[in-house]
Write a protein that binds this ligand. Sequence first.
Ligand code: GDP
Ligand code: MG
Length: 167
Amino acid sequence: RCGFIAIVGRPNVGKSTLLNRLVGQKLSITSRKPQTTRHRIMGVDTRDNYQAVYVDTPGLHIEEKRAINRLMNRAANSSLTDVELVLFLVDGTHWTKDDEMVLNKLARSGLPTVLLVNKVDNVKEKTELFPHLQTLSEKMAFVDVIPVSAKHGTNIDVVEQKVRDAL
Ligand code: GDP
Ligand code: MG
């Protein structure tokens, strides 16, 4: 089983760091400066029984189905059909209007989406997260909500399980 997984979120939430975690290689560029990743960066995680192609979306651009289809055609692999799952990454310590823009686009896309609340290593008081999560969940139904730390690897195994389930 094989498919595309899109990693989506505003700049600086940790998309490149997450991609590096998931594929276990330094394929993606990370930086404090927003929008270091100007081009679409992909990483392939090949396992015994599945293969996940992760797409790190540059900046605020959400991959539309058309763009993914173009990409898919180039991939010349007929078993790849569409984005199987979106990983919507937010920063648990820093919520902005840009996150809301991304959320609105995702909600309209109708794609199955898992909300990943990143940088939980920096969240001192877990209850600080709840108002944001409440707001998010009211706007869109998520497949799941998972607190993660891309930097430290917290709950990355849980994310991988979700990906496997989606493929
Ligand atoms: P992108 O713009 O969404 O691709 O974000 P990056 O992956 O480039 O990360 C932006 C910044 O956040 C970098 O300085 C990362 O080291 C930092 N970062 C990413 N994930 C985490 C995390 O889980 N915890 C903490 N504390 N910092 C993180
Ligand atoms: Mg990046």
